[in-house]
Write a protein that binds this ligand. Structure first.
Ligand SMILES: [Fe+2]
Ligand SMILES: [Fe+2]
Length: 141
């Protein structure tokens, strides 16, 4: 059962970033499903660890592209990522302390945050990356 479905309107038009965003949502969805199925001990630790790694990998891709294209909004965007990094780390810590602490409410918060970020800061970043790509030789595929 899928609780979260990607809306194509959330695409930025940057292939790798869109693919990672979709994958992030799928992973949050897998966590929600595991919680819904009450499969807390068997599936959630691995899913949480994977999500935390993937979030880091994704933020690095965005930050590297913002750096490479001299994006003026880099510092602000990075600060928001850092906040998310802390949220995810705290989610993992809370789960270790009490497996019931990671519930649908917590994940809904995470999802709302993610979607809001994708449609706000990520969209503004993508606009800049598209403009950059139009005026500079391709530096990535
Ligand atoms: Fe993103
Ligand atoms: Fe971002």
């Amino acid at each position: 059962m899928s609780l979260l479905v990607w809306n194509p309107e959330w695409d930025t038009g940057i292939a790798l970033i869109d693919q990672q965003h979709r994958s992030l949502l799928e992973q949050v969805d897998a966590l929600m499903t595991a919680i819904h199925d009450n499969d807390v001990d068997r599936r959630i630790p691995g899913l949480l660890a994977f999500l935390a790694d993937y979030v880091e990998q994704h933020f690095r891709v965005e930050e590297e592209r913002m750096e490479a294209t001299e994006y003026a909004g880099l510092a602000g965007h990075r600060a928001i990522h850092d906040d998310m990094r802390r949220q995810v780390a705290s989610l993992v810590e809370r789960f270790v302390a009490d497996s019931q602490a990671v519930n649908e409410e917590v994940l809904e918060f995470l999802t709302d945050w993610l979607i809001k970020h994708i449609n706000g800061e990520d969209r503004r970043m993508a606009r800049h990356l598209h403009q950059w790509a139009a005026t500079h030789p391709r530096t990535w595929s």
